[in-house]
Design a binder for this molecule. Sequence first.
Ligand code: OAD
Ligand code: ZN
Length: 264
Amino acid sequence: MNGSLLKALELFEGARRVLVLTGAGMSAESGVPTFRDAQTGLWARYDPRELATPEAYRRNPSRVFGWYASRLMAVRRVSPHVGYDALARLGEMYPGALTVVTQNVDGLHTRAGTRDVIELHGSLEAFRCSGCRDPYPAAGVVQLVEGGGEIAPQPPECSKCGNFIRPGVVWFGEMLPEGVMERAWQAAREADVALVIGTSSMVYPAAELPAIVVGRGGRVIEINPEATPLSPSADLYWQAAAGEALPGLVEALQRRARSRKDGT
Ligand code: OAD
Ligand code: ZN
């Protein structure tokens, strides 16, 4: 058994509550680009100030709306990889005691069957009115984009107040959705183990969560092929891709739980 796996098993020993924190790297093996990769990252190819701020949307609603609509179409075409399935099984091992806090807007945790998911940065499926915040069905957006071909569509208007519909994601300079911070922080305060996967740990407040866990005596396991600002302080920095590390980890945890139940 590899050293990181053994160490991870040791850190899970006796854990009653688990926090999983994920970032864009969790979806890389499903074919969703990350943000900060030097070659393939979205922020290497696009300027976030032109696409991911409220000002950008006010300046050019069609461009911003079109970009998020095309990202929605792209994530609908991909599937959660084996690492996602492993996390869903881990959730079943900790009924009511495992929370996934994700910075991702692609919905893949839920599609893989994880029950308790907190989406810190909103969701590509959750369009809403930029005025009255009334939700707008993603199906309507997809229809609009499919009908419009190559032309960036003008956002639909709200049937209640007439304002433009906007993506239901958090942009730079915006607050996190109501209640979401509180729920995520609560889960962090209660966790004995934090599993931090595929995030550069550079965007706050999400990057603060591991420190909350540590502050209450919990342990931190980081899974990432590249070291991050979190790596030096993690109890275990496991240098691996999510899809490589997670299936083996969860299988080993399940084997251990089974053998204890059988008294072997
Ligand atoms: P980043 O793009 O900043 O970081 C992705 C991380 O995933 C990097 O540390 C990679 O090394 C790692 N990674 C790549 N492939 C991996 C794999 N197969 N398995 C595991 N890890 C892998 O993405 P985030 O940290 O999620 O916010 O970025 C945080 C926020 O910044 C995003 O939610 C987004 C962005 O601006 C908003 O849009 C508000
Ligand atoms: Zn409205």
